[in-house]
Write a protein that binds this ligand. Structure first.
Ligand code: MN
Ligand code: MN
Length: 384
């Protein structure tokens, strides 16, 4: 501590990072910006809407597919995460691109696609995704996605920056199209005329033939994948089972490349309750795949807001805000969740109550001690 001045510590804290303390080394910030003033949408006397009807948005269409998005421009409370729903026809290609301002996490809802990636070591992975699979591309990694198989491939993309937008997406056709052919000819060692028919605008989604299957047994010396896979088979994973439903969680612990996003696929039975809880270290972005749900968010100062969610809706819970979800329909609620931290943290109301003495609780709530003797505080999570 002696070598580290207070100014150094404050500087490091503002940047997010690691400081030496009396008890050792602590990491903090987790890559997230430091806390500042409450974002404007959360600073009023009433809470804003935590629901956005992404399903109802008209998509942008190309021959090879379509896309629609929910960023802070459409969904003001969604400061830390943005989402896109995208569909690619067989052969439809989301072109080679990278994102300057966000990592990309995705869940494939239906169909199949092939993903190519490149990392800063020049290592590449080409791998197929099926329904139920998750991908993660660290910020800035180059990638492409192509629909394969016989049906359209539908997937949800989540970006760990609410201000993510197309202006942070850098496409290969856009760059090549705005580079002088003379420079390209010299660089690639081909005649200038080679580039005469290259597009002069961003292609975004192209349409081509469905590529052949990947080799089951790659040729010797043909792969340089890098140490970490971009694919995690979330649906194939054995779920955690509760009386009220099931949950599959994928954090950096299970999926090491996913350092800034934890995901979950949750199934909530009719009448069941995802217990009241909050996330100390992350904002929560939700996509409702099926069913009818009701979420209530607690935002301090007596502010509580309850809204209903249907298939195609996006939900959002700011970091540290209390929330619970009820299935109010006759079928399962299927819910995709992305949290903007690779480490999963949550604290539930039942765990908190259960961790305190009845005497303290009686004092806190100004009721008799025996009020709490029958409270169920174990293994709540999804209460049936
Ligand atoms: Mn992308
Ligand atoms: Mn939650």
């Amino acid at each position: 501590m002696a070598e580290v001045s207070r100014r150094d510590m404050l500087g490091a804290a503002a940047a997010g990072g690691v400081v030496a303390t009396a008890t050792g080394t602590e990491t903090f910030g987790q890559g997230q910006p430091p806390f500042g003033p409450t974002p404007a949408p959360l600073a009023g006397s009433e809470l804003p809407s935590f629901r956005f009807q992404l399903g109802a948005v008209a998509p942008k269409r190309w021959d090879g597919g379509w896309a629609k998005e929910a960023t802070v421009a459409e969904f003001p409370v969604s400061q830390a995460l943005a989402g896109v729903l995208m569909s690619l026809a067989p052969g439809g290609l989301r072109e080679l691109h990278w994102h300057a301002n966000a990592a990309e996490w995705a869940y494939v809802i239906k169909g199949q696609c092939r993903v190519t990636t490149i990392n800063p070591q020049g290592q590449s992975q080409i791998v197929d995704f099926n329904a139920g699979d998750v991908w993660y591309f660290p910020r800035g990694f180059g990638h492409s996605i192509q629909g394969i198989g016989s049906e359209d491939c539908l997937f949800v993309l989540v970006f760990d920056n609410g201000y993510f937008s197309e202006f942070g997406t850098f496409s290969i056709s856009d760059w090549i199209g705005h580079t002088p052919p003379e420079v390209l000819a010299k660089y690639f060692g081909v005649p200038v005329a080679t580039f005469a028919n290259f597009p002069k605008r961003e292609v975004y989604i192209a349409k081509g033939p469905v590529p052949p299957p990947l080799p089951a047994n790659p040729a010797p010396g043909s792969l340089d994948n890098g140490p970490l896979s971009h694919r995690y088979r979330l649906l194939a994973h054995r779920p955690d089972v509760y009386p009220g439903g099931t949950n599959r969680l994928v954090s950096q612990h299970q999926f090491p490349i996913s350092t800034t996003v934890t995901g979950a696929l949750m199934q909530i039975k009719p009448g069941a309750l995802r217990e009241p809880h909050w996330h100390p270290n992350a904002n929560e972005w939700q996509y409702y795949i099926s069913g009818r749900a009701r979420m209530t968010v607690f935002g301090s100062h007596g502010r509580v807001r309850t809204e209903e969610f249907n298939a195609g809706d996006v939900g959002y819970v700011p970091q540290g805000y209390g929330h619970y979800i009820e299935n109010i329909g006759n079928e399962d609620v299927e819910l995709l969740i992305a949290l903007n931290n690779g480490t999963y943290e949550s604290i539930s109301l039942a765990d908190w109550i259960g961790a305190n003495s009845h005497l303290l609780l009686a004092t806190n709530f100004e009721v008799p001690e025996n009020t709490f003797k029958d409270f169920q505080t174990r293994n709540r999570f999804l209460v049936g």
